[in-house]
Design a binder for this molecule. Structure first.
Ligand code: SF4
Length: 75
């Protein structure tokens, strides 16, 4: 999906967005990043970036036009 072909890109409409609460979600475009070792719980040390539902970035990919990579790679 080319960003220039989408009229109003938002994280909320992106295939990589996972809503967590109203207007806030996690971006799963890339693997989680190290967030520090202050927590004794290992799963708390790696985080996906939190993004506003109304923001966007150059990695935007429209959720409605997302491709199932499992299918795409086997056909
Ligand atoms: S638009 Fe960018 S920051 Fe927002 S969810 Fe998609 S990839 Fe992540």
């Amino acid at each position: 999906m080319n960003i220039k072909t989408h009229q109003n890109p938002t994280c909320e409409g992106c295939t990589y967005y996972q809503a967590q609460e109203k207007n806030l979600g996690a971006c799963h475009r890339f693997p989680p990043s190290f967030a520090g070792d202050s927590s004794p719980i290992d799963s708390h040390r790696w985080k996906f970036p939190l993004v506003s539902a109304h923001n966007w970035c150059g990695e935007f990919r429209a959720a409605t036009l997302g491709v199932d990579l499992t299918t795409a790679l086997t056909t």
